[in-house]
Structures are given as structure tokens and as C-alpha cells.
Design a protein around this ligand. Structure first.
Ligand code: ZN
Length: 164
């Protein structure tokens, strides 16, 4: 599908898949075995499984974001806060393998996360507006079929060739 060739859409789709995975698999598991409880430590035989359920996926997510971040063509005002939210929840979600005592660190870090979230929305909106203004006047041509495209195009609307 052509829209999946857009870096912004890729980040949004993968983020949503990760959130569904975390909410339906990781959180129920963590609740059942006391990872989110400050009072008790999770059983040792569950920590390896929890680690495997969170950290590799978080690292894969970061790699995907890095690969797509510099190819963003639009929707920065949505993508930036999504990434900030994912980094905060993914970082502390992975650290929960050490037990619920890490919770206070997540609470302590929340004001910083909140400021970063607001900042990411503002930066995203500013960059989106600036991008739209500068791109309205520019056009480019597909190197495969010669189709004229708006400058912001991530792929050719005629033949699907990636524009980068
Ligand atoms: Zn083309």
C-alpha cells in the first residue's frame, strides 16, 4: 500500500500496534505477577519473560523511529508527541523488570515527560506549518516516470516509486 511508504504513517501505525500489544499482553502479565506493585517483587522466573516481552520490542521501536525520523514528510505534530509518549512509557515499561519500586522513578520523571510532550506538539505544529508553506510553491518530478509531484510527496502517485 502506497501510504505505508510515508515515514510518518509508518511511525503512527507501528506505535499503535505497540500500544495494542502493551495494553493487551504486557500490562495484564505485569499486573498478574506484581511488576507494577511497589509492595512486592515479581517472581524471579517471570522477570526473564517480562524482559523478553518488553526490551527487545522497545529497542526495535527506537531503531524504526530513528530510520524514519529524518524522512518525515508530514504529520510531525502527531508523530513527535507519539514518539515522546512511546519513549517515556517504553523506557519505564522495560525498567519495570526490576520490580515495582521503579514506579517512583516514572512518577518522578512525569513532569519532565509532560513538558517534553507539550514541547513536541508545539515544535511539530511549527515544523508542519513551515513545511507546508515552503512546499506549496515547489514541485518535483518522479525519476522513474516523470510524473510531476508536490514537493512533499514521499512516493510517486503514478508509479509508486519512492521519492527520497
Ligand atoms: Zn513515477
Amino acid at each position: 500500500m502506497n501510504w505505508l511508504k510515508m515515514a510518518s504513517i509508518r511511525i503512527i501505525v507501528v506505535s499503535m500496534i505497540c500500544y495494542v500489544y502493551v495494553c493487551s499482553v504486557v500490562v495484564p502479565f505485569a499486573n498478574r505477577y506484581g511488576f507494577f506493585s511497589g509492595a512486592s517483587s515479581p517472581p524471579a522466573d517471570r522477570t526473564t519473560l517480562y524482559f523478553l516481552m518488553t526490551t527487545p520490542i522497545f529497542i526495535a521501536y527506537i531503531i524504526l523511529v530513528i530510520f524514519n525520523l529524518f524522512r518525515l514528510e508530514s504529520l510531525r505534530s502527531i508523530v513527535f508527541p507519539l514518539i515522546v509518549f512511546s519513549l517515556y512509557s517504553g523506557f519505564f515499561g522495560s525498567l519495570m523488570v526490576m520490580g515495582g519500586t521503579i514506579l517512583w522513578l516514572a512518577v518522578f520523571g512525569f513532569p519532565l515527560f509532560f513538558v517534553a510532550l507539550i514541547a513536541s506538539v508545539i515544535i511539530g505544529v511549527v515544523m508542519d506549518i513551515r513545511n507546508k508553506k515552503s512546499n506549496n510553491s515547489k514541485v518535483l518530478f518522479c525519476r522513474n516516470c516523470g510524473n510531476q509531484l508536490p514537493y512533499s510527496a514521499g512516493f510517486c502517485t503514478n508509479c509508486g516509486t519512492s521519492i527520497s
